[in-house]
Design a protein around this ligand. Sequence first.
Ligand code: NAP
Length: 255
Amino acid sequence: MEFVIVTGASRGLGAAMAWQLLSAARRLLCVARMPNPALERRAAELGAPLDYRRHDLADAQACAAFAQSLGDELRGSAGVSRFVLINNAGVVEPIGRVESLAAAAGADALGRALQVNVAAPMLLTSAFLAATAASGAERRILNISSGAGRYPVAGWSAYCASKAALDLFTRCVALEHAGGPNPPRVCSLAPGIVDTAMQAAIRSTDVADFPSVERFRQLKADGALATPEAAAARILAFLASDAFGERELDDIREH
Ligand SMILES: NC(=O)c1ccc[n+]([C@@H]2O[C@H](COP(=O)([O-])OP(=O)(O)OC[C@H]3O[C@@H](n4cnc5c(N)ncnc54)[C@H](OP(=O)(O)O)[C@@H]3O)[C@@H](O)[C@H]2O)c1
């Protein structure tokens, strides 16, 4: 039996991964603020164990409480051969020049972005590793990063900085476990450009806030975006493969 956790499973890439992970042979625990009734119906049809929780990962206290309860749940799970944590939830806002980050509205958006994109995956990884340390089961952690964490993008300083932080956190996890007992396989993965609500939000940005907006509009017009289903299938095949975790920072377009 596998036990998989997916954050941000209400829509987009996370919803597609959760959908494809549904199986009677797998326990799936999903988290998001919004519900996903289609996923819950499909789980019932398949007899697939699904525990769908609604939490705001941008709320530091709610996130810490969830991490604690996740740890308790993992510790109490018998008969699991592989534990998998997929930190997928993410936000691209606030978008705009650095000068705009200090604005009142932007300040809250900045805190929320850092909490969802960085602090939540750190906390969940911490709880996951501590709770499964003595299990003897295989452990894999997939952090959904972005190419934007690996080069600068004007207008995306918060997003770039948060994904760069996620990348370096992933490398720290690998370093701390190198040579130790039952090291987890960890990977911070750029998923390519995927046709989700996040991309729609990017395309609707004002050029003054995001100078590259036209390139993203053109990619959509050219049909160059991966569907969430196709991206999810490719990512899950990689996650299940022996190649997963060979490189701590990876890009699905190279697999
Ligand atoms: N789409 C792309 O082209 C692309 C490219 C590179 C990287 N990525 C990364 O891929 C991941 C998935 O993105 P996506 O394109 O699927 O985005 P999306 O369609 O906007 O979905 C984001 C998911 O994250 C969840 N989420 C956001 N804020 C949350 C919060 N405060 N608490 C709990 N869950 C929250 C959302 O659920 P609720 O709103 O229900 O809470 C939703 O399920 C992100 O990490 C993103 O940075 C995407």
